[in-house]
Design a protein around this ligand. Structure first.
Ligand code: SF4
Length: 89
């Protein structure tokens, strides 16, 4: 089957301020980690503290992820095209 993961999402977790907007925009990908430090975790990504988490997403999830990236007040959610590393947000 063709690999349909067209985008790479990088989440700069250390600089998340715990505003929670991403979880409202995209509960599929984000959850708040109130047990640890009150920052958001990228579901399916590397959830260790103080690292950048990375996942790949498909076209069908792009708009939802883009909405969470746009609403983040500190711009720690970034999306690139996988094929050429072109920065989208
Ligand atoms: S919107 Fe941005 S700052 Fe707020 S919890 Fe999500 S990633 Fe962190």
């Amino acid at each position: 089957m063709e690999n349909k993961k067209k985008y790479v999402v990088e989440y700069d977790r250390p600089n998340c301020i715990g505003a929670g907007a991403c979880t409202a925009a995209s509960p599929k990908f984000w959850k708040m980690n109130y047990d640890r430090d009150g920052k958001a975790d990228l579901i399916g990504g590397n959830e260790k503290e103080d690292t950048t988490a990375v996942i790949e997403i498909s076209e069908e999830d792009f708009e939802e992820m883009k909405a969470s990236a746009e609403i983040c007040p500190v711009n720690v959610i970034r999306i690139k095209k996988k094929e050429n590393n072109e920065k989208i947000i």
